[in-house]
Ligand binder design. Structure first.
Ligand code: MN
Length: 276
């Protein structure tokens, strides 16, 4: 807990969580796997689902008043974004979602917001910053345990985490056995990124930004699935995002339109800021 004299940070930073559009029972529905929302709530954040229906043009407006961004899992990325020909084994893609998330990731960076990216989110970050992907891990790197047909909370393979990295600090561990259900993975790492966790077969399981730039951490497994276990190290990733969102909110407060809303000023945030 922060001491009471810390200036400005909102008690519950607002975290944008990218959603999906899926056809269920004959109707298009838009939402997100509830585990992501529960994981953000458990970490003390206030999650808001950002539907890809908004489109890239509304990405800047969608981030208004938010303090952090969570890029979630889902469909394969369209390989056209990184200049590759589609593999016959490419899974379903959603170019509209790709376009929305690429735009919102770029906008989050422009605003200096912290970003946690999970599974497809890691892949999107890598592609956005100039990297490429394995399109079909089972055929391109066969015999590996990544597309496990196990329960979503089954820990199926070991991950080694670089000591001192952002991932290691957030998880409080240098090694972890993770769940794994991802069809794609990083092939060529984007130049600004550093790989800080690996599976035993060399598949990249976490990336972060080298130096400078806004806080960015991405993992290939699904830490949100462990939200119900307060002892799971995976929860540290969401705690780190929420803590960084508090910090970003404090730094951005003078330029944040939400800072002038009556709800926040009534909590004395302006007075707090003047002490800094
Ligand atoms: Mn894996």
């Amino acid at each position: 807990m922060s001491p009471a004299i810390e200036p400005t940070p909102p008690a519950t930073p607002r975290i944008g969580v990218t959603g999906v559009v899926r056809r269920v029972d004959g109707a298009d529905r838009s939402g997100v796997n509830a585990a992501y929302l529960r994981a953000v709530l458990s970490a003390g954040g206030l999650p808001f689902v950002l539907s890809p229906l908004l489109g890239p043009e509304l990405a800047p407006a969608a981030l208004g008043g938010l303090h952090g961004l969570l890029l979630t899992g889902g469909e394969d990325l369209d390989p056209a974004w990184y200049g590759a020909t589609p593999s016959p084994r490419l899974g379903p893609v959603d170019r509209a979602r790709d376009a929305f998330e690429l735009a919102i990731f770029a906008e989050a960076r422009r605003r200096g917001l912290p970003v946690l990216a999970i599974c497809r989110g890691l892949q999107l970050v890598n592609v956005a910053l100039g990297g490429t992907l394995w399109q079909d891990l089972p055929s391109e790197r066969p015999g590996r345990p990544h597309d496990a047909a196990a329960p979503r909370t089954a820990r199926v393979h070991r991950v080694r985490i670089r000591p001192g990295s952002r991932a290691a600090r957030a998880l409080g561990a240098a090694e972890l056995v993770t769940n794994s259900f991802h069809h794609q993975a990083v092939r060529d790492l984007a130049p600004p990124l550093e790989a800080t966790a690996f599976a035993e077969d060399g598949v990249i399981e976490a990336v972060e930004e080298r130096d400078g730039g806004p806080w960015l951490l991405a993992v290939q497994w699904h830490p949100e699935e462990f939200h119900a276990d307060p002892a799971a190290p995976d929860g540290g990733l969401f705690a780190a995002l929420v803590e960084e969102a508090r910090r970003a909110a404090a730094l951005n407060a003078p330029r944040d339109p939400a800072a002038s809303d009556p709800d926040r000023s009534s909590r004395g945030t302006t007075r707090g800021r003047s002490r800094r």
